[in-house]
Design a protein around this ligand. Structure first.
Ligand code: ADP
Ligand code: MG
Length: 329
């Protein structure tokens, strides 16, 4: 299959978005501009760095790569519209597997009404997939990380650590209850678009998606908003089957596992019921895990309340602090 045939094979026959004036087939795509703001992000996945064929088939590789990108749009409160795929194709990959990667992306693109409007195809030593997503948002409600305010409720969707557990199960061939669930959460994560979409009436909300783990994501919100955040260990939602793993492993995964692509955010108390309702409507769990405590000009910090002790939740790995010292600061 030459490059021309390949592009023909992955090209959509029709476009779902009426705003696509020109998709694949010219030097660049053309999109009709809208009254909303455009939101765009790019993420790159390298074979044997970000994924391996040992654990994922082509469908999973494509699905997961697009899911991670859509998750970034969800974290801005944006509606996904279009994507472009730049792919480095190694000789070792067979035609069928290559097309299956696009099938995986297509499955998700259909779910969110996204159009593949362009990309680039080159050959190289190993498989590299770089996806650019474009979405739109009403500028009044963009969910910046800098939107957290004193007194806000801190919440997270879904359960944390599932993807890490799935990867561990695949790597170590473990047999436990819920095995398929965890593996599936690793292979085909759900970007939380359906959760953010009905929340347009909430004017201010800070959001971040869980790609690195909430230790890191909450720190980014605290930093961008110049606030402190305190979360309670007993409130962090994990899947009941995760409890089969050693306690330290659970702890590591729920704070630092990442790649769950859940949303973590802050919202004022008044709007918390709307968040709960939106989650209930789509049968997704949402959990209050803490609050934004106060504005501090220097060194915004995420605190973890655990076993009657207060520690600083680090971006990776957490250290205990003298409780009294913390209360004084
Ligand atoms: P150009 O020479 O202008 O870069 P190409 O031959 O690279 O054009 O691509 C032809 C058309 O196919 C363009 O519209 C481009 O966006 C699209 N295209 C190429 N590779 C991909 C891909 N991997 N995914 C989606 N569209 C692609
Ligand atoms: Mg090109």
């Amino acid at each position: 299959m030459n490059e021309f045939d390949f592009i023909e094979a992955i090209k959509q026959q029709t476009y779902k978005q009426a705003s696509v004036i020109k998709g694949i087939g010219d030097d660049a795509a053309v999109i009709q501009s809208s009254v909303n703001d455009l939101v765009t992000a790019v993420d790159t996945f390298v074979e044997n760095v970000h994924f391996t064929w040992e654990h994922l088939n082509g469908f999973h590789i494509g699905y997961r790569a697009l899911a991670a990108n859509i998750s970034d749009l969800a974290a801005m409160g944006a509606t996904p519209k279009y994507y472009l795929v730049s792919i480095v194709v190694p000789d070792s990959i067979d035609q069928q597997s290559l097309l299956t990667i696009f099938d995986g992306m297509n499955e998700l693109a259909d779910e969110y009404q996204m159009d593949l409007i362009g990309g680039d195809t080159v050959s190289g030593k190993e498989l590299v997939i770089s996806i650019t997503v474009i979405g739109t948002v009403s500028g009044k409600i963009t969910r910046y990380r800098s939107n957290a305010r004193n007194g806000d409720i801190v919440f997270v969707t879904g359960t944390l650590g599932d993807s890490s557990a799935g990867l561990y199960i695949l790597n170590n061939n473990v047999n436990i209850k819920g095995k398929e669930y965890f593996i599936n959460r690793h292979r085909m994560p759900t970007p939380r678009i359906d959760f953010i979409q009905p929340l347009h009436q909430i004017k201010r909300m800070a959001l971040n998606d869980v790609s690195d783990g909430i230790g890191s994501e909450l720190q980014e919100i605290a930093h961008a908003s110049n606030v402190d955040i305190i979360i309670d260990d007993t409130l962090i939602p994990i899947h009941h089957d995760l409890r089969q793993f050693p306690y330290d492993q659970q702890t590591e995964w729920k704070y630092y596992g990442g790649e769950d692509f859940e949303l973590v955010g802050t919202v004022d108390k008044e709007n918390w019921p709307l968040i709960q309702q939106a989650a209930a409507n789509i049968d997704v769990k949402v959990t209050k895990i803490g609050k934004v405590i106060h504005k501090k000009a220097i060194n915004p910090t995420v605190y973890l309340q655990k076993d009657k002790q207060l520690s600083t939740l680090k971006k990776s790995g957490y250290i205990h602090m003298n409780r009294r010292k913390c209360n004084e600061s």
